[in-house]
Design a protein around this ligand. Structure first.
Ligand SMILES: Cc1cc2nc3c(=O)[nH]c(=O)nc-3n(C[C@H](O)[C@H](O)[C@H](O)COP(=O)(O)OP(=O)(O)OC[C@H]3O[C@@H](n4cnc5c(N)ncnc54)[C@H](O)[C@@H]3O)c2cc1C
Length: 405
């Protein structure tokens, strides 16, 4: 059977768009199959500067800039009454000093439209049902918007299906995660009471002995995303009765100074339950996974979209080399991706066990250290010249002990 396309990409989120654009840039034909009609809502609205490197490399920045999203220059963490600001203009790695806070419906839509403009065959309202992979040819069956089953053949499949986790489920690649089950409840609120002092960057406030935290992410249209993350039992309680406890917490939260009291919210609170996911392997014969289809740890450092676009880019680079007949070791991809994810893992663990709060809110943490941590928070988790990347598994604990002395 003749191949219809070089590569089929499952999912039109940021990982799928970036993978498709990289593959087209290398001269391959790409079909993107997307289950939903776009624009569609998805959570994950605060980007990291490192994501800009991949968008820039693939000429995807202009379509993002055209949306006039809220510029994000840093992140602001709170704990009790203490505040700790990180500014991306003052960081260790030479990288982007800003990025954006985006409504994902608009962001993802802008990226996939530009991907279409560059030549990808994108089909919306089309759900992948079956994938059979082999050495030389891959088979994909999907249901199109007219409820017809369509079969096609390609040389490689990139799974960028995010929370859909198409191939991890189909090929039984899912693996349990060792962290306690955590969930989130969130909505969008009118944010016209925001003050200059509060700033426009993402605000994160730990509470309940560091087991929970609240985010506020201002958007450029005068609204904001507000959500609470915590142990699943606690979030279920917050989300019960149409999110009554969530709405009360948001209205009265001390660090938010009544900013969201008596304001309109744009939709009933939604939840994402037990969001952490993992897989046994990131690739196999004829397929590769990227974005949330691989592993998702935690939203605390807004790493999801950055990992999605970086893994989409890295996966597509390997696939393209492979299709060009080069000798490719796909394990390099797993090793490379794991390096970055493991750095974030140390920081996520440090956030929930309190190590990071000790470091963030100590007046003994000097500017050099803050700059190095700031680069991790900017997403530069592959810069091994940064000691806070290279020695991520030990450096935070050691530093926390030192500042406590
Ligand atoms: C509570 C919470 C808060 C978060 N906050 C942030 C944040 O502030 N910043 C950040 O960077 N990240 C954040 N994230 C993570 C972020 O949501 C994800 O990492 C990101 O959306 C992953 O992008 P993706 O392209 O891999 O997948 P997605 O954006 O999920 O896209 C996957 C696409 O695949 C499609 N699909 C699924 N199944 C099929 C199928 N069978 N056939 C065809 N198409 C299919 C879906 O419809 C979807 O459009 C957060 C996550 C959670 C849970």
């Amino acid at each position: 059977m003749k191949n219809n396309f070089d590569v089929v990409v499952i999912g039109a989120g940021p990982a799928g768009s970036v993978a498709a654009c990289k593959l087209m840039k290398e001269g391959f034909t790409v079909k993107v199959i997307e289950k939903m009609e776009f624009p569609r809502f998805v959570i994950g609205e605060s980007l990291l500067p490192h994501s800009m490197d991949f968008l820039d490399e693939l000429d995807l920045l202009k379509c993002v800039e055209d949306q006039e999203f809220q510029v994000k220059t840093g992140a602001c963490f709170y704990h009790n009454e203490e505040r700790c600001d990180f500014l991306f203009s003052d960081q260790f790695t030479q990288g982007w000093t800003y990025t954006y806070q985006v409504k994902r419906a608009d962001f993802d839509n802008a990226l996939i439209k530009e991907t279409q403009n560059k030549g990808a065959d994108v089909e919306f309202k089309a759900e992948v049902l079956e994938v059979k992979t082999g050495k030389d040819q891959q088979y994909v069956k999907y249901l199109n918007e007219n409820n017809e089953e369509i079969e096609l053949y390609c040389r490689f499949v990139v799974d960028a299906s995010g929370y859909g986790r198409v191939l991890p489920r189909m090929f039984k690649l899912e693996e349990p995660v060792p962290t306690p089950p955590r969930s989130a409840v969130f909505s969008h609120f009118d944010d016209s009471k925001r003050t200059e002092e509060a700033g426009r960057n993402i605000f994160i406030h730990a509470f309940n002995d560091n087991t929970s935290w609240i985010w506020s992410i201002p958007f450029s249209d005068g609204t904001a995303s507000v959500g609470i993350v915590g142990n699943t039992d606690y979030i279920e309680e917050c989300a019960a009765n149409d999110g009554q406890k969530f709405k009360e917490l948001v209205a009265d939260f001390p660090g938010l100074d009544g900013r969201y009291a008596n304001v309109d919210y744009k939709f009933e609170p939604r939840t994402v339950s037990n969001y952490a996911v993992s897989v046994k392997q990131l690739h196999g014969e004829g397929y590769i996974l990227c974005g949330n289809s691989t592993e998702f740890l935690d939203p605390i450092f807004s790493s999801g979209v950055t990992l999605a676009v970086s893994s989409g880019y890295k996966a597509a680079t390997l696939v393209s080399n492979f299709l060009k007949g080069e000798n490719v070791n796909f394990d390099d991809y797993s090793v490379e991706l794991k390096k970055g994810i493991d750095v974030f893992r140390s920081y996520v663990n440090g956030w929930y066990d309190g190590t990071l709060q000790t470091v963030f809110f100590s007046d003994k943490t000097n500017d050099d250290i803050k700059r190095q941590i700031c680069s991790v928070l900017a997403g530069y988790v592959w810069d091994e010249s940064n000691p806070f990347v290279k020695k991520h598994s030990t450096v935070l604990k050691t530093l926390a002990k030192v500042v406590q002395l």
